[in-house]
Write a protein that binds this ligand. Structure first.
Ligand code: FPP
Length: 217
């Protein structure tokens, strides 16, 4: 969800207003995903590195997370959307953690789309916490344990397509293990300007990719 800050600056608005506009975009993106048969949509909402941003900006993002969960719940119910948050929950306030757990529980049986907010997340963090779990499982005699099952994303398929908005062409510590064979799509569109037709353009581009997973055709 890159480009909220630049979108706001170009309009003489604050970065917080950019994030609020970015949060509004999530609902349209969910609708576009459903219309196009996408079953899992994960959004890189807040990285571990983002904790180093000014306190006021971090507070705004935490508040937007809380308010948008409430605002979007009717849409989750109406459209059968399962809501999940993945990241280091220990760094969140107890109130926000509880709110997230309640929203996840409330939507747990919905199955049209799974919306996953990657929040307080980084790929290296996930690999390290998985390595600890994996080592503990092996040490306790579980020789069959898979590394994937120890990741915070366990049970969620690896991404087929990663869309990066905002013109940058880097992975920024996102799902480093899970993106081994992910297709990448880069667009200059800033996240708050990323609309349904942009989403469809990315899916169309993806449909033309030749995915070999290291094999020959
Ligand atoms: C990246 O743009 C965006 C973020 C770090 C925050 C995104 C968070 C939200 C939209 C709020 C919470 C949302 C939901 C759905 C609950 P940037 O600030 O790096 O933009 P820039 O590159 O233009 O500066």
């Amino acid at each position: 969800m890159d480009g909220n800050g630049r979108w706001a600056k170009a309009r003489g608005l604050s970065r917080s207003e950019g994030h609020a506009a970015g949060a509004d975009c999530v609902r349209e993106c969910c609708r576009a995903a459903i219309k196009n048969g996408v079953k899992y949509l994960s959004l890189y909402t807040f990285s571990q590195e983002n904790w180093n941003r000014p306190e006021k900006e971090v507070d705004t993002i935490m508040a937007l997370m809380a308010s948008n969960m409430i605002k979007t719940m009717p849409e989750f119910e109406e459209n059968n959307i399962r809501f999940k948050v993945i990241g280091d929950m220990d760094r969140l306030s107890p109130e926000l953690r509880e709110q997230i757990a309640a929203a996840e529980e409330h939507t747990a049986s919905f199955d049209r789309l799974t919306l996953i907010l990657m929040f307080s997340y980084s790929g290296k963090w996930d690999i390290l916490q998985a390595a600890d779990k994996y080592a503990a499982a092996r040490a306790s005699g579980n020789a069959e344990v898979s590394f994937d099952s120890c990741l915070a994303t366990a049970g969620i398929p690896d991404p087929d397509l990663l869309i990066r908005t905002g013109g940058e062409k880097r992975i920024s510590n996102y799902m480093l293990w899970q993106c081994a064979y992910t297709e990448f799509y880069f667009t200059d569109k800033l996240w708050p300007d990323f609309r349904e037709d942009d989403f469809v353009a990315a899916l169309d581009d993806f449909k033309g990719r030749d995915r070999r997973f290291g094999k020959v055709n």
